[in-house]
Design a protein around this ligand. Structure first.
Ligand code: ZN
Length: 321
């Protein structure tokens, strides 16, 4: 009897201790949340204000600049505090660029001021760092449609983003037979690259580029009509796909001189806005070599450069499957 009573008291006492501990932890967590929201509140309004300066086209630029500015101050903090890491999900672009089926407005108007949207497919790879350095040297923001072809370079996705470039999703495997085996197979591939990108930048972006572009015919070898179906489905799900207007032809192997000449030939029609395809994948060393000359050529033709954002002109090819 006596022992049972003691046991019951002991149980009651330990239950009371646990309840108290739990209550303490809840209070602590609440305090931490309040503290964090005060910190966030101190940081974000100025970034948001910078990002919202100027509408339309300029807002994308402003956003990239705001991201770079946030970077600089983060870097400075890093020197003093030593452990303040860049938090991509705190970037103002995360709210703007995240996939969102309720946002259905896209810009198909070609009468842009002379703008080149440099886009790089098939990376990241051992060539991505050199591309980033060249873009920095010219103060240019671009767009990277990324893959998981070289998983060792996944962290370069975060690095591209940190340096103010837009991240879009290209494909996880880039294996046409696998990606276009069925509509479901495509979605599975997109889900896989989404996971990789989300781990790097904190969210799934709305920008995608189909392997081979929406006009590819190779997909017909695997599934008839798949591009027509996917083009509708991805947009309905809140994504937008971006094809291209011109390229340096670096999908195949060429010398740097040939890439520069092909760029001039492919853009001789003088469109106001050009979505320009190139590749920063493995083996694309001549793309890196040609890039400064390609940039300077566009500059000499009076173009400026911008990363893709929700206000950029959407380039669509005609669908052939
Ligand atoms: Zn590709």
């Amino acid at each position: 009897m006596e022992n049972q009573r003691h046991d019951r008291e002991r149980q009651r006492a330990s239950r009371a201790t646990w309840t108290l501990l739990l209550a303490l932890m809840v209070v602590l967590a609440a305090n931490l949340l309040i503290f964090r929201s005060i910190l966030d509140g101190a940081n974000s309004p100025s970034e948001a204000a910078e990002a919202s300066q100027g509408g339309g086209e300029a807002s994308g630029q402003g956003m990239a600049e705001a991201a770079s500015d946030a970077l600089v101050s983060d870097g400075e903090q890093q020197d003093t505090a030593g452990e303040q890491a860049y938090d991509p999900s705190a970037d103002p672009r995360s709210a703007e660029f995240a996939v969102d089926p309720s946002r259905t407005e896209w810009n198909f108007d070609a009468s842009d001021t002379k703008t080149v949207y440099l886009t790089f497919d098939d990376g990241p790879s051992e060539n991505t760092a050199a591309v980033l350095d060249i873009l920095d040297r010219y103060g240019i923001k671009a767009t990277f449609f990324v893959t998981n072809i070289n998983p060792d370079y996944q962290d370069m996705i975060a690095e591209c983003y940190r340096r103010g470039h837009t991240i879009g999703m290209h494909t996880y495997t880039h294996d046409y037979a696998q990606v276009y085996a069925s509509v479901d197979a495509y979605w599975e591939d997109l889900r896989q690259i989404s996971e990789v990108v989300e781990a790097q930048i904190g969210y799934v972006p709305c920008f995608i580029r189909f392997p081979g572009g929406s006009s590819n015919t190779v997909s017909a070898n695997y599934t008839t009509g798949i591009m027509s179906e996917l083009a509708q489905e991805v947009v309905a799900a809140g994504y937008q796909y971006y094809d291209w207007d011109a390229s340096s032809g670096d999908g195949a192997t060429h010398t740097a001189d040939e890439l520069v000449e092909a760029t001039k030939a492919d853009t001789s029609y003088g469109y106001d806005s050009i979505v320009f395809l190139s590749h920063d994948g493995a083996g694309k060393e001549t793309t890196v070599e040609a890039l400064p000359r390609i940039i300077e050529y566009f500059q000499s033709e009076g173009y400026t450069f911008a990363p893709i954002d929700r206000q950029s002109r959407v380039a669509h090819h005609g669908i052939s499957n």
